[in-house]
Design a protein around this ligand. Structure first.
Ligand code: THU
Length: 137
């Protein structure tokens, strides 16, 4: 689905606001994410780190978990905001892929500049998916 410029900036702004609430005392790299659901609702989250470092949860996965938990199953777009417009990690790409390869991904800076726009499929070609699970397993 095509996104209007207004939808894009609303989503990026929502992600930038969520980024302000990041808990990232270890990396000092706050990230915000915002998911636009097919219903039109927006779900936001930030990264949440832990003193046990590997337990950090990325902003993107937190936002997706929020959306799914609220009953949203189809995502039109997801915006990811960081200081420098960093790229979503492999784990987040895989979790995005579970809910649709056509979801648009906007990668933006905290200033709101969109550095890259793509689909989940472009970020994770050949993703493992439900089709890879043999029937009956
Ligand atoms: N992080 C995210 O939340 N999303 C990304 O796309 C990249 C990385 C978080 C994980 C960790 O809290 C911090 O950024 C540094 O890796």
């Amino acid at each position: 689905m095509m996104l209007t410029d207004n939808q894009k900036s609303t989503l990026v702004q929502a992600a930038a606001n969520a980024r302000q609430r990041a808990y990232a005392p270890y990396s000092k790299y706050p990230v915000g994410a915002a998911v636009l659901g097919a219903s039109g609702r927006i779900y936001t989250a930030a990264n949440v780190e832990n003193a046990a470092y590997p337990l950090a949860i990325c902003a993107e996965r937190a936002a997706i978990v929020k959306a799914i938990s609220e009953g949203e199953r189809k995502f039109t777009a997801i915006a990811v905001v960081s200081s420098n417009g960093g790229s979503p990690c492999g784990s987040c790409r895989q979790v995005m892929a579970e809910f649709g390869l056509d979801t648009r991904v906007l990668i933006a800076t905290a200033m709101g500049a969109i550095l890259r726009e793509s689909t989940v499929e472009e970020l994770l070609p050949g993703a493992f998916g439900p089709q890879d699970l043999p029937p009956g397993e």
